[in-house]
Design a protein around this ligand. Structure first.
Ligand code: PRT
Ligand code: ZN
Length: 284
């Protein structure tokens, strides 16, 4: 059997989805047509769809799994399971108001006209805060609505914030933080489950590798202990003697997030010739 994976056909998530599969060593065959493609070296079949349609396809079991934004998953409210956070396509769903207006609390929205492509999530927010407001659903270019008098407030996806800025709007309140996730059909055969586990193992290795760097450095032997203490490594750092007496080569793995701080401390401890190398895959 083949696991059927739905990904966005074109748009913001397409490239990252395809790249992730490639990094997982999954080659998508040449027989790619506009709708479907098969991997040549992994039991997976791809369906290229509009992102909005992916939750429905997965609920129906036409696709077993899908890569799609959480914003779409929660807005569509289909019966699917969020199985894994993929870490790309990050954005937030936020209310934005005209520059100069102040949104102090949710009651600001009372009686207002809100333009959005996310009526379900916005209505949920209004209900939670016991607020009556008018939702105006529009499918694109939500940010121009206040300028043309269609709405007072917008609720839209934001990443850099430049779209809001260019339209004279200010982000006021975030109602959802979103990223691309792997969703799965509710009823999975054991066989499908096994393929998914293999895929998730690969995705996890790629993600872990991205969060870490391989470090090589030269250390004077009298500082070795101090330098090793700064480098936990996967088990413990590798230490090899250098040809020049009194020096060793130390190899280890460090977390990207600790990178600058550790490098400074290593330099201060006498490390020289520090090389930092990206890791392609990491299996613990
Ligand atoms: O054709 P299809 O229906 O498949 O695609 P689409 O046009 O509906 O979606 P697309 O490709 O625009 O976005 C796909 C997914 O990417 C979204 O569902 C989100 O999960 C994710 N994503 C991440 C974003 C953004 N960042 C984003 N910035 N989706 C949209 N935007 C838009 C936003 O709507 C606004 O117009 O970008 C603008 C804001 O960006 P900044 O950087 O100016 O703040
Ligand atoms: Zn869409």
């Amino acid at each position: 059997m083949k696991l059927k994976l739905a990904i966005q056909k074109s748009g913001r998530l397409n490239e990252d989805s395809m790249r992730l599969l490639k990094e997982c060593g999954i080659d998508i065959g040449n027989g790619m047509n506009k709708l479907k493609a098969e991997a040549t070296n992994f039991p997976i079949e791809l369906f290229f769809l509009r992102d909005d349609d992916i939750p429905q396809y997965v609920e129906d079991g036409v696709a077993d799994i899908g890569f799609v934004g959480e914003n779409v998953v929660y807005e569509k409210a289909k019966k699917v399971e969020v199985a894994y956070e993929l870490g790309f396509g990050k954005c937030r769903l936020s209310f934005a108001v005209r520059k100069g207006e102040t949104f102090t609390d949710p009651s600001f929205l009372s009686g207002k006209k809100i333009a959005t492509s996310y009526p379900v999530l916005v209505q949920q927010y209004l209900n939670e805060h016991n607020i009556q407001a008018e939702i105006h659903e529009i499918s694109g270019s939500v940010e121009i609505a206040p300028g043309i008098g269609l709405a007072d407030v917008v609720c839209d996806l934001v990443s850099s914030g430049s779209t809001l800025f260019m339209n004279g709007l200010v982000e006021a309140e975030t109602i959802l933080n979103s990223q691309a996730v792997l969703i799965k059909h509710k009823n999975f055969s054991i066989e499908a489950q096994e393929i998914l586990a293999r895929l998730l193992f690969r995705i996890e290795s790629v993600k872990k590798a991205k969060k870490n760097k391989y470090v090589l450095l030269n250390a004077p032997n009298d500082q070795l202990e101090k330098i090793i203490a700064l480098l936990p490594g996967m088990k413990s750092p590798t230490v090899l003697p250098l040809a020049s007496p009194g020096w060793s080569s130390v190899h280890s793995v460090i977390a990207e997030s600790d990178f600058w701080e550790i490098i400074e401390q290593l330099k201060n401890a006498g490390a020289e010739g520090i090389l930092v190398i990206p890791i392609e895959k990491m299996i613990l």
